[in-house]
Design a protein around this ligand. Sequence first.
Ligand code: SF4
Ligand code: SF4
Length: 158
Amino acid sequence: MSGVLGLLKGLGVTLGQLPKKKVTLMYPDVQPEWPDRYRGVHKLMPDLCIVCNQCARICPTSCISLSGTRGEDRKLHLETFDINFEICILCDLCTEVCPTEAIQMTDTFELAEYNRDAIYKDMNWLTENGKQHALRKGLSLESTEEAVEQNNQLEGNA
Ligand code: SF4
Ligand code: SF4
């Protein structure tokens, strides 16, 4: 008798869930929507970077490496920027310290690869990730240029 009661109780729990909103998605056909402050894989806006190295210095796992050269305008310009996502813990510290917001987190979360080298992402990949993020969020790609302008004004005031 107690077995039947247990079965009915279990069925009651199952049936009680049927009218509720589903928490699962038909991934990957349906992609999840993350909150605005979700800390996914970074995007980079190289034009904004002033090669100050603060992101690399604060990174607790030392997974950022970058280099730059001084241009004819006497400013430093970014040449290479790599993040090793094998050891990045998506802590957000690098974006917090970046004075120009050249590096930011996005809602990109898929990084599965068949070999470890492919998880090492370079400047082009990070820039393209920013474009894909903007498309997903319906953001204007011109926002980068607006941000560059603001940055130039800041530099002019400095
Ligand atoms: S999110 Fe954290 S671990 Fe990843 S690159 Fe930035 S500072 Fe380093
Ligand atoms: S902190 Fe920002 S501006 Fe400085 S090197 Fe890193 S990405 Fe470039």
